[in-house]
Design a protein around this ligand. Structure first.
Ligand code: FAD
Length: 426
């Protein structure tokens, strides 16, 4: 028995391997990763680990002994270069590894600035891997100038950590406002004001013309012609799903590796989960960039690889930490037409409620755990709540739970193709 082979030893791959064992599968399980580190969490890379507050051991998803104890053959630093669907093998290094069932959990690649615009100069970093952050650590000395290209959640988290490390920070964002791709104006305004109050220089409507320097970056020319100095640069302009080996193997690709609602790709022996996979969700096709999705999707796929036939009902949620603010997001706000802003009891506590046609879609909660809990429960139960009740400041947010009513449109169906949003990172 060749067993189950999982390519990509990140959040989804590790969850899938652990789940097939937890479900009692006793065949071979092989988990292959291209990075040298055992599976680890990525969120601390732009938070506690970057701040040097979180030790390396704490970011690993499992104790080192877990893999052996569970008879999971963890093969690290072995990029898979080829999937041979006819022979049912994958090529990792010089080894040809057979599979009965294959799962692709290969994540995403950060978008880069082209070399012609200075993207390959020394001192220019992306933040996706442990190695990226370790390489950048030496740059983070107090008083140095950091330019962050991209005002999404990742760029803003790096800015918040940079402030605490004593860096001088400029964030440039080509869109009219930071977080434009993922949030409504009040959320952007909230975070702009938060960062400005910590001395971060945020330039919106400002793209990058090129990075300058000889061998190493020393500055940037912005789209408005302005020149600014920079000791180093973090590029946080989104990701592209890792699809190369899937594409070369002839699998269907559509904003990621295309799967059906059970996680099956266009090959009946190959599954996919996590950030590299797109799947049907409430009338459209989505690809989610979050830890919660990587775990839930992978665990569902584990069940289905062992003979189940469950549809994936994603329950999108996400968080971001910046200074003393915890942002929690429930649902997906794609397509919203109205928003309601509620102030919480404490300074800087806010919640932004997104509606489409009167139906509650999503919520951004800043230091407002109660609103997050309420909205998450309503959305996940396939319910909605009236915009008027949410807008009524005299109502306690918890009372909205008892006012929630069934949302007739919330039943997830396995549909064909509509648009393909991704979210909520960057
Ligand atoms: C800096 C940062 C901060 C984040 N913060 C948050 C947060 O606060 N909240 C949140 O919900 N989400 C956050 N995310 C997103 C979250 O971490 C990802 O959505 C999640 O890790 C996706 O899991 P995954 O397993 O699909 O992909 P990954 O974790 O990226 O794992 C994919 C793995 O596959 C490997 N791989 C790729 N190709 C091959 C190949 N050919 N052969 C072998 N291996 C291969 C990759 O090297 C990688 O190790 C953050 C992400 C980053 C980068």
């Amino acid at each position: 028995m060749a067993g189950i082979v999982i390519v990509g030893a990140g959040q989804a791959g590790a969850s899938l391997a652990a789940k097939v064992r937890a479900l009692g599968y006793d065949g071979r399980v092989t988990l292959i990763g291209e990075e040298p580190a055992p599976p680890y969490q990525r969120p601390p890379l732009s938070k506690g680990y970057l701040l040097r507050e979180m030790e390396l051991e704490r970011i690993y998803l499992r104790a080192p002994s877990f893999w052996k104890e569970n008879e999971i053959d963890l093969r690290l630093a072995e990029p898979v270069r080829l999937i041979d669907r006819a022979r049912k093998t994958v090529r990792a290094g010089n080894a040809s590894i057979p599979y009965d069932k294959l799962a692709l959990t290969i994540g995403s690649h950060p978008r880069q600035i082209p070399a012609a615009a200075g993207g390959s100069l020394g001192g220019v970093y992306t933040i996706r891997t442990l190695a990226d952050v370790d390489a950048m650590a030496v740059e983070c000395q107090p008083g140095r100038k950091l330019l962050i290209v991209g005002g999404g959640y990742l760029g803003l988290e790096v800015a918040a950590v940079g402030v605490r490390l004593g860096l001088e920070i400029t964030v440039i964002e080509v869109a009219p406002r930071i977080l434009q791709r993922v949030a409504a104006p009040p959320t952007s305004n909230y975070f702009r004001s938060l960062h400005s109050s910590h001395g971060v220089n945020i330039l919106e409507n400002t793209g990058l013309d090129r990075l300058t320097g000889t061998g190493r970056v020393s500055g940037a020319v912005l789209s408005n012609g302005m020149k600014i100095p920079a000791d180093f640069v973090v590029v946080a302009i989104g990701v592209t799903p890792a699809t190369n080996i899937a594409e070369e193997a002839g699998l269907a690709i559509e904003n990621g590796i295309r799967t059906d609602s059970r996680g099956l790709t266009s090959d009946p022996g190959i599954w996919s989960a996590g950030e590299c996979a797109s799947f049907p969700h409430e009338g459209r096709r989505v690809r989610l960039e979050s830890v919660g999705n990587a775990i839930d999707h992978a665990e569902l796929v584990a069940k289905n690889m062992l003979g189940g036939s469950e549809n994936y009902r994603a329950k999108p949620w996400f968080w971001s930490d910046q200074y003393d603010v915890k942002l929690q997001i429930a649902g997906l706000n794609t397509g919203y037409d109205r928003i309601v802003e509620r102030k919480g009891d404490r300074e800087r506590s806010r919640s932004i409620w997104y509606f489409e046609g009167g139906r509650l879609l999503a919520l951004d909660a800043m230091n407002e755990a109660r609103a997050y809990m309420v909205a998450k429960r309503i959305i996940e139960a396939g319910q909605t709540v009236s915009l008027e009740n949410v807008a009524d400041a005299s109502r306690d947010v918890k009372s909205l739970l008892s006012e929630a009513t069934k949302n007739p449109e919330a039943i997830a169906v396995d549909v064909g193709d509509v648009d393909a949003p991704s979210g909520p990172r960057e």
